[in-house]
Design a protein around this ligand. Structure first.
Ligand code: ATP
Ligand code: MG
Length: 467
């Protein structure tokens, strides 16, 4: 069977490669020689190719473009002319195979033919490098050694993933990759941000397994595309939206632990913050294809990555468009898909409980966090809203209507929460030993007992969720 190939190569190399492909005994046909990325994406969407050849300097090529090609059933081969850095960048963008531009054209032909064989499909990690040397991170940012699934990948000193020190590569004992906690909850301001901020602070203060002399560190990320407030809560006023910058760097294939560390100020000992988008209309700057890499990179920077999510799980765009459409809730959905633990927060009053019960069933129906362990938190538990025995009433209602028999209850604690808000600090810092602080510290201990999921399983879930 003939393999249809789309070429976006340019210059002298273009004609020699195309000639070699066309001369491969009829096994390959170059169906479109594209002048730019737009033409390549159009040809891919029209189903004209199964393999795309792209140069490393193709203008506007980013992770989102590679995702679009893969979603069109096209496998991406990058021809690199820019040495190891260009190779790393193309793999970070998601190219499946990287071929050195100086390699014989026969290598390109062989590569195209090998991709036509049944193998790992789009979205899986079938990464290979032909004729190039250097550090090759997995396209999804996971450690190549354990997970790339291809024996012929030279494994170098990737700055992302296993073994990367929290300071971006300093000498020291190997640090296990961090775990991701997505803090989600239904609409109605049940306290997602309050729980996320303080859970991150408490996790940051836990001793690090296997790391001598100190806290493992936590990274708090604001991924609420409707009304992110983490920057204000931790007293980081006038901050540029760090998550947009991180997503941009990921989209261009230049995000690593060091770059992420630069975008995440330390607000309290061991606690870094990646601020959210300041205006809700900036959500298109946060595509899932980039954020997936942000989550993976974050695991190399901190032992705990705590993500404050938006409330909405809808994927209307998938129903409304035949073609790929930007997703308003991509940040929340990708964080949930990457999570080892999902903390579901509901409010401790009649309305909050009803929304929580409905929210738990929406979350289960979405399948988006199927791998994650779920911890249900009822926040602001108080007698004035739940009766004389509020804890009993909350547990009873959750067991009866949602089958949840072990919720974690956080008391309503206006004085402590307000004092922290006023100072722009965490409860641990502003209101230590307050009832709310003690409760969230206990929640952190519970969350810390949860095991991480292997990266391969996470990726499988992500591709399932996106259909
Ligand atoms: N345990 C608590 N005791 C008292 N007040 C609380 C508690 N938790 C949260 N609050 C207050 O409730 C309000 C809403 O909390 P928060 O901003 O954390 O909710 P949210 O779910 O993130 O809301 P949004 O939908 O706006 O993102 C805030 O004023 C916060 O200070
Ligand atoms: Mg919030």
């Amino acid at each position: 069977m003939t393999v249809p190939v789309l070429s976006a190569l340019r210059g002298v190399r273009e004609s020699s490669v195309v000639t070699a492909l066309e001369g491969a005994g009829g096994r390959i046909s170059v169906t479109r020689r594209c002048a730019d990325l737009a033409e390549l994406l159009g040809a891919a969407a029209a189903g004209l190719g199964r393999v795309a050849l792209v140069p490393d300097d193709l203008p506007l090529l980013d992770r989102e473009a590679v995702v679009l090609l893969r979603e069109s059933g096209v496998r991406v081969v990058a021809l690199v002319d820019g040495g190891p850095r260009a190779t790393e960048r193309m793999l970070a963008l998601g190219a499946e195979v990287v071929v050195d531009a100086g390699a014989p054209v026969a290598d390109v032909v062989a590569t195209v033919l090998s991709l036509a064989d049944p193998g790992p499909g789009p979205g899986t990690a079938g990464v290979r490098a032909v004729g190039v040397a250097g550090a090759l991170p997995d396209p999804a940012g996971a450690p190549a050694a354990s997970d790339a699934g291809s024996g012929d990948v030279p494994v170098g000193d990737s700055t992302v993933g296993d073994g990367a020190a929290p300071d971006g590569g300093a000498e020291g004992p190997p640090v296990p990759p961090g775990r991701t906690v997505a803090v989600w909850g239904p609409t109605g301001a049940p306290g997602r941000t309050t729980v996320a901020v303080n859970l991150a602070a408490e996790l940051a203060a836990l001793p690090a397994p296997g790391v001598a002399g100190g806290a493992p560190g936590a990274l708090l990320v604001d991924a609420d595309t409707y009304g992110g407030t983490v920057a204000q809560v931790v007293g980081l006023l006038d901050e540029a939206p760090g998550i947009a910058a991180a997503a941009r760097a990921a989209g261009q294939g230049v995000l690593d632990v060091t770059a992420l560390a630069r975008l995440t100020p330390v607000v309290e000992p061991g606690l870094r913050v990646l601020t959210g988008i300041s205006r809700a209309d900036r959500w298109p700057e946060l595509p899932a294809s980039s954020l997936d890499l942000v989550w993976e990179t974050a695991r190399g920077l901190a032992q705990w990555v705590v993500v404050d999510c938006g409330f909405c799980l809808e994927q209307d765009e998938v129903l409304s468009y035949d073609t790929h459409a930007p997703r308003r809730n991509a940040a929340t959905l990708s964080a949930l898909a990457a999570a080892d633990v999902v903390v579901v927060v509901g409010g401790g009053d009649a309305v909050g409980m009803q929304r929580l019960v409905r929210g738990l069933s929406e979350l289960a129906d979405s399948g988006v966090a199927a791998l994650a362990r779920r911890v249900v938190v009822v926040n602001r538990v108080r007698a004035s809203a739940a009766g004389r025995r509020p804890e009993h009433a909350v547990r009873d209602a959750l067991a009866r209507y949602a089958g949840v028999d072990d919720p974690h209850l956080v008391p309503d604690d206006g004085p402590a929460v307000d004092a922290a808000l006023l100072r722009g600090a965490t409860l641990r810092e502003a209101s230590p030993r307050s009832p709310a602080q003690a409760s969230i510290a206990a929640l952190a201990a519970r969350v810390a007992g949860v095991q991480a999921h292997p990266p391969r399983a996470r990726r499988a879930l992500r591709s399932t969720v996106r259909g």
